[in-house]
Design a binder for this molecule. Structure first.
Ligand code: FAD
Length: 283
C-alpha cells in the first residue's frame, strides 16, 4: 500500500507548489526571476457546503494580499464551484464580487477557471454581464461545441480570454477526439487574433504555440503563453527569454487529488508520466 504522503510527493509535488500561500509565493518568485509571470490558484472545487466556500474565499483573499505584499508578478485564478456555484448562484456572485474588488485594489488580475460543461452557462452569463472589461478574465475551453458562440458574445463585452483545450468530462456538449478539440482550438485562436487585443493561449501543444507566434508577427496582439507548473516549463522560460509574455499556473493547497488526477490523465501514458516526474525543472 502506498501511503498518501508518499503519493502526494510522487504525483503532486511536481505540479503543486505546496500546502500554503507561502509555498505559492516562493514558487512564483522563482518563475518571476526567469521572466515568467505566475497565475496562482488555491486548490479545491465542487464545494457543496457554505463553510468550505467561505474558507476558500478567505484563503484567496489572503493570497491576493500576499501577492501585493511580496511584490510578485502574479495573477490569481479561481474556480466557480469553490466560490459557491453549487451552493447557489448568488453565493458565487457575491464571493466573486468581493474577490474582484480586492484584486482590483491590489492591482492583481483575476481569472475565472472553467469547470464541468454544466457550469458554463451560469459562468459565461455572470462574466459577460458583470465582470468583463474589469481586469477579470475568463477561461474558454475548445472541447466545448458552444465555445465559438461564447467567444463572439465575449468579444462584444471586451472580455479577456484564456483559451484552453478543456480538462473535465466529455459529453454530448463536447468534441470527443483529440483531433477535433485541437482543430477547434486553432479556429478559436484565429478568432481571438481577429477580434481581441489581449488574450492568453494556455497550452503545452508546441505546434499551436508555433502557429500563434507566426500569426502574431502579423496581428501584433498582446498575447500571453501559459503553461501549468511542471509541464514543459523550460520551453516556457525560453519563450520569456525571447521577449514573449509567459505565465505559469501555480496551484497550492492540500486538496491536490482531483487536480493531479487530471494532470496524470493528460500526461497520457506511463513513460510520459515518468519523464515528466524526473525531467529537470526549467526554473
Ligand atoms: C495556464 C492553464 C490554465 C488552465 N486552466 C484550465 C481551466 O480553467 N479549465 C480547464 O478545463 N482546463 C484548464 N487547463 C487545462 C487544459 O484544458 C488542458 O487540459 C491541458 O492544458 C492539456 O492540454 P494541452 O493544450 O496542453 O494539449 P495536449 O494535446 O493535451 O498536450 C500537448 C502535449 O503536452 C504534453 N502534456 C500535456 N499535459 C501534460 C502533463 N500533465 N504532463 C506531461 N506532459 C503533458 C504532452 O506531451 C502532449 O502531447 C489549463 C491549462 C493551462 C496551461
Amino acid at each position: 500500500m502506498i501511503d498518501s504522503g508518499f503519493a502526494e510527493r510522487l504525483f503532486a509535488g511536481r505540479w503543486i507548489a505546496g500546502p500554503g500561500i507561502d509555498d505559492a509565493v516562493r514558487e512564483a518568485k522563482k518563475f518571476n526571476r526567469a521572466g515568467v509571470k505566475a497565475i496562482i490558484n488555491y486548490l479545491g472545487e465542487e464545494f457543496h457546503s457554505k463553510e468550505d466556500v467561505a474558507e476558500a474565499t478567505d484563503v484567496i483573499m489572503r493570497a491576493i494580499s500576499a501577492i501585493k505584499a511580496n511584490r510578485i508578478k502574479a495573477d490569481i485564478s479561481v474556480k466557480p464551484t469553490q466560490l459557491g456555484l453549487l451552493v447557489g448562484k448568488q453565493v458565487f456572485l457575491s464571493n466573486l464580487r468581493k474577490l474582484a474588488r480586492e484584486a482590483k485594489k491590489a492591482g492583481v488580475f483575476l481569472w475565472i477557471d472553467m469547470e464541468e460543461p454544466e457550469t458554463v452557462d451560469s459562468v459565461v452569463d455572470a462574466y459577460a454581464s458583470e465582470f468583463a472589461g474589469k481586469e477579470v478574465g475568463l477561461c474558454v475551453q475548445s472541447y466545448l461545441r458552444r465555445s465559438a458562440e461564447d467567444l463572439r458574445l465575449l468579444a462584444r463585452h471586451g472580455a479577456v480570454v484564456r483559451l484552453v483545450k478543456g480538462a473535465y468530462s466529455l459529453s454530448h456538449a463536447t468534441y470527443s477526439t483529440h483531433e477535433e478539440i485541437t482543430r477547434n482550438y486553432l479556429l478559436l485562436m484565429q478568432y481571438l487574433f481577429g477580434h481581441s487585443k489581449r488574450f492568453t493561449l494556455a497550452t503545452h501543444d508546441l505546434d499551436i504555440i508555433e502557429k500563434a507566434l507566426k500569426l502574431n508577427a502579423r496581428y501584433k496582439r498582446d498575447v500571453t503563453y501559459a503553461m501549468l507548473k511542471g509541464v514543459r516549463n523550460r520551453y516556457l522560460k525560453d519563450l520569456a527569454a525571447r521577449g514573449e509574455n509567459a505565465s505559469v499556473y501555480i496551484p497550492f493547497g492540500d486538496k491536490w487529488v482531483s487536480y493531479s488526477y487530471r494532470r496524470l490523465r493528460e500526461a497520457g501514458h506511463l513513460s510520459l508520466i515518468v519523464k515528466s516526474l524526473f525531467e529537470r525543472q526549467g526554473v
